[in-house]
Design a protein. Structure first.
Length: 96
């Protein structure tokens, strides 16, 4: 069964997203959004070509939009490795 793993950057991104979500929208909504992201990671692991190639970001990096964020990842022999979760407004500043 395909799985996903997170880089340290991606784990930090998730924490930042969650903490911001609690402040801006409350804990219930923050937990729901985090669960949606994690569900999406599983879908990407099962169907890694769901996302399109992220040209100019890095070799073989793919991207998939979810809500207000873009998930950047690479396919692996076990599924996908999530490199980062970046807010759509910050895409111009992103590097893998």
């Amino acid at each position: 069964m395909a799985s996903f793993r997170l880089t340290e950057r991606a784990r930090n991104d998730l924490l930042d997203i969650f903490l911001f979500g609690i402040e801006a929208f409350g804990s219930r909504q923050a937990e729901s959004y985090l669960a949606d992201l994690e569900h999406t990671f599983g879908l990407l692991a099962s169907g890694p070509k769901m996302g399109r190639l992220a040209k100019g970001v890095g070799l073989d990096v793919r991207r998939h939009e979810h809500g207000a964020h873009v998930i950047f990842y690479r396919t692996t022999d076990y599924g996908v490795r999530i490199a980062a979760i970046v807010h759509k407004s910050s895409i111009m500043d992103f590097e893998v």
